[in-house]
Design a protein around this ligand. Structure first.
Ligand code: C2E
Ligand code: CA
Ligand code: CA
Ligand code: CA
Length: 279
């Protein structure tokens, strides 16, 4: 028995060691990656449910490493949130996003808003309002062109501070989206005090394999709550027509997901705007 466990632990140690080495390699490469332009901003369009026209996009970072190829944000973002590099990377993404918004304005594209992800570290450890204002001003944009997606779990860390900081951003004119809404952290009484404009429904609400009749009831409840609170609702992770129909029945405002389009390079997004038109 002892021998068996020994083998088990040895295999486990190997796996753990590989993972730690890989994490270290990521951390050793991040600064160079930023300097050398390996981080890219990709865009995933959002659509209005009512007429299926494009209503904007979400900026999602991609890391194209010269040897490793495309790396998943689901792996490197949590590491960068731990070591603080996320603040630098996010500022890069916000800057690039504003750069493109300005470029599109100059080239006559419709003035769609784009949302950027704001990590909790950005809120709690940086002068985010100052940085955001400087970024939009640099490109002559009004703050309302940027939507800020802040994950629901960030709201519970220090509700007092987030109400103050995010409230200030909202007063400045930025549109605030609560990302991953319903993933388990926010309580309904808190929602009422939170400075937000849009609820971004967590994917699990529409992706649950076993769509029970009561799931539709939950969706309807959320939409009704949002309506009473004057919040708009975006559903993400929409992959099928059936899911779209379920959302449409409940009066959800916007959708984002593979059913319509995957995240894509900026050039492809520009082509999409030209082909489909928007607004
Ligand atoms: P998120 O903000 O919740 O973004 C949604 C994720 O779902 C994205 O994954 C997107 O590509 C994916 N997705 C979109 N439509 C569908 C669909 O129909 N089905 C499924 N299964 N997935 C879909 P991605 O790009 O891999 O990003 C993962 C997470 O990494 C993001 O989750 C966000 O938390 C974080 N992230 C990505 N870019 C940034 C960034 O620039 N800054 C920060 N702070 N975090 C970022
Ligand atoms: Ca997001
Ligand atoms: Ca999300
Ligand atoms: Ca997320």
């Amino acid at each position: 028995i002892k021998g068996q466990y020994g083998v088990y632990f040895a295999a486990y140690d190997d796996k753990l060691r590989d993972e730690l080495l890989r994490q270290q390699a990521i951390i050793d490469s991040m600064e160079t990656a930023l300097e050398e332009g390996q981080f890219l901003v990709w865009l995933q369009p959002k659509y209005r449910i009512c007429d299926e026209t494009m209503a904007g996009a979400e900026a999602l970072v991609r890391w194209n490493h010269p040897e490793w190829g495309f790396q998943s944000p689901a792996e490197f973002i949590p590491l960068f949130e731990k070591n603080g590099f996320i603040t630098k990377l996010d500022q890069f993404v916000w800057d690039k996003t504003c750069f493109y918004l300005r470029k599109w304005d100059e080239e006559g594209y419709p003035p769609v808003p784009v949302s950027v992800n704001v990590s909790r570290a950005d809120i709690y450890h940086a002068d985010i309002a100052d940085i955001m204002m400087r970024t939009v001003s640099k490109y002559g944009l009004t703050p309302s062109r940027l939507h800020l997606e802040i994950t629901e779990s960030a709201y519970t860390e220090d509700p007092g501070q987030i109400i103050e900081t995010v409230g200030h951003l909202r007063e400045l004119g930025f549109i605030i989206e609560m990302d991953d809404f319903g993933s388990g952290y926010s309580s309904l009484n808190m929602l009422n005090q939170m400075p937000i404009d849009i609820l971004k429904l967590d994917m699990k609400f529409i992706q649950s394999e076993t769509a029970k009749p009561t799931d539709q009831g939950v969706l309807q409840f959320i939409m009704e709550l949002a309506r009473r609170m004057h919040l708009r609702v975006v559903a993400e992770g929409v992959e099928t027509k059936k899911q779209l129909d379920r959302l449409s029945e409940t009066g959800c405002d916007y959708v984002q997901g593979y059913y319509f389009a995957k995240p894509m390079p900026v050039g492809d997004f520009e082509r999409l705007m030209r082909d489909q038109g928007s607004q």
